[in-house]
Design a protein around this ligand. Structure first.
Ligand code: TV1
Ligand code: CA
Ligand code: ZN
Length: 391
């Protein structure tokens, strides 16, 4: 399958929608859609736009979004405004019932606020992921990129973890119309629960999530080693739980053997990769210690199989790190080396703390709770489960 050498060029399609950057989760919220515009500005300043085709598309329609989501939930999201919610009453009650505007159990924060322009935002990021899927299905592109997508927690009838519409499920569903088997890989620090649940009984979709699994970390009770899928989907859900402080070496010792085995036993015809930047060192929410190189190496590794590849964003809460990472990964997708010095551009102030370098140093003082024994045991347990799929 690795017929094409790593450095070789691929035809890359890229989606960006400026209106997504203007969405505001609230001034103290950790999710900042502007990070996607920051990544885009970096991508432009490095001259990478000339190496990709631009995906021009319309926002996803209600009918497209309803292929996964519940009609009543779609109706609620479409009509929800901050003012309507603020007025209280039936609208607010129904929204909270779908986990929009609900105060979380710790009583402090609203994970999924009723943001202004909510439905338009969802239609736009989902539209990008659907267009990217279509570009792969038609054979127009080898790699398709939508950094505004990757909202892996959204459920059929409720919001969760800053995600309202699950663009990943929609994109996979689109790909299933053209490819026999689709692989989903999730390197966001959180478990990809919404996607795993949607396909837990499917033998045509394998989901693989690498994530932090520590006491109280979101989403609780999800992503355990022994969660391997159900019914026809048995052994087609793969979970790789990690402790705090995971570094590049340990991550690579898990990622490469596990993904090689997954490719060999499942033989997907298309790959969807959620590249959440909250697994990077110094994230505001995650406690892993990956460098940009370590994170991007995962993307490069999946690309090396030369199977149609859909790259999506996701989490990432230290926004200068995330933007640098997604720009670097765009270069990896293209197969182009880019300079470590960030060109001067509209957002360059944000990179002052990292010396205007794309690659910032990891946290050398952070303890890695993933001992060598833990990494080896986890790898072996996952590989043993995957052996069950071998004919
Ligand atoms: C507003 C303001 C919301 C400040 C949310 C961190 C905030 C968090 C905030 C936050 C925060 C979470 C939970 C408890 C659900 C609650 C995009 C009942 C400083 C893909 C989603 C994490 C991750 C949700 C999304 C989590 C993604 N952590 N400050 N909220 N329980 N919610 O734990 O995977 O990256 O933290
Ligand atoms: Ca994950
Ligand atoms: Zn996350």
């Amino acid at each position: 399958s690795q017929s094409c050498p790593d450095g070789a060029k691929r035809r890359v399609c890229y989606y960006n929608d400026r209106l997504i950057a203007g969405v505001d989760y609230g001034e103290d919220h950790v999710m900042v859609p502007r990070r996607v515009d920051m990544a885009h500005a970096l991508i432009r300043s490095y001259g990478l736009l000339g190496d990709m085709a631009r995906l021009r598309t319309r926002p996803a329609t209600d009918a497209e979004i309803s292929r996964f989501h519940d009609g009543r939930y779609v109706g609620l999201l479409r009509n929800l405004t901050p003012e309507g919610f603020g007025a209280g009453g039936e609208v607010a009650r129904r929204a909270r019932g779908c986990n929009v505007g609900a105060v979380s159990t710790d009583g402090r924060s609203v994970d999924n606020p009723p943001v202004a322009g909510l439905w338009d935002y969802c239609q736009r990021y989902a539209g990008g992921s659907l267009a990217a899927a279509r570009a792969l299905a038609s054979g127009e592109a080898d790699v398709a990129v939508n950094w505004s997508g990757g909202m892996h927690h959204a459920c059929r009838d409720r919001a969760s973890g800053f995600c309202y519409v699950n663009d990943i499920v929609l994109a996979i569903d689109e790909l299933l119309g053209h490819f026999r088997r689709v692989l989903y890989v999730d390197i966001d620090v959180h478990h990809g629960d919404g996607v795993e649940t949607a396909f837990v009984e499917s033998n045509r979709v394998m989901t693989v999530s690498f994530h932090q699994r520590t006491e109280g970390f979101f989403p609780e009770r999800r992503g355990l080693l022994e969660h391997v899928g159900e019914g026809d989907g048995r052994h087609r859900a793969v979970n790789v739980p990690m402790k705090k402080g995971m570094d590049d070496d340990g991550y690579r010792r898990l990622f490469e053997p596990i993904m090689s085995k997954v490719m060999a036993v499942f033989q997907p015809e298309a790959i969807v990769m959620q590249c959440g930047g909250d697994s990077l060192s110094g994230d505001r929410l995650g406690h892993q210690n990956l460098s940009i190189d370590g994170h991007a190496r995962c993307v490069g590794f999946m690309r090396s199989f030369n199977t149609p590849l859909l790259l999506l964003g996701g989490g990432g809460y230290t926004i200068n790190h995330v933007a640098a990472c997604w720009c670097y990964e765009t270069a990896v997708a293209i197969g182009k080396e880019i300079d470590d010095n960030i060109p001067s551009h509209c957002y360059d102030d944000y990179y002052r703390s990292q010396g205007y370098k794309l690659r910032y140093p990891v946290d050398k003082s952070l303890k890695n709770d993933n001992t060598e024994t833990y990494v080896t045991r986890t790898k072996c347990a996952v590989l043993r489960n995957l052996c069950e799929l071998e004919a």
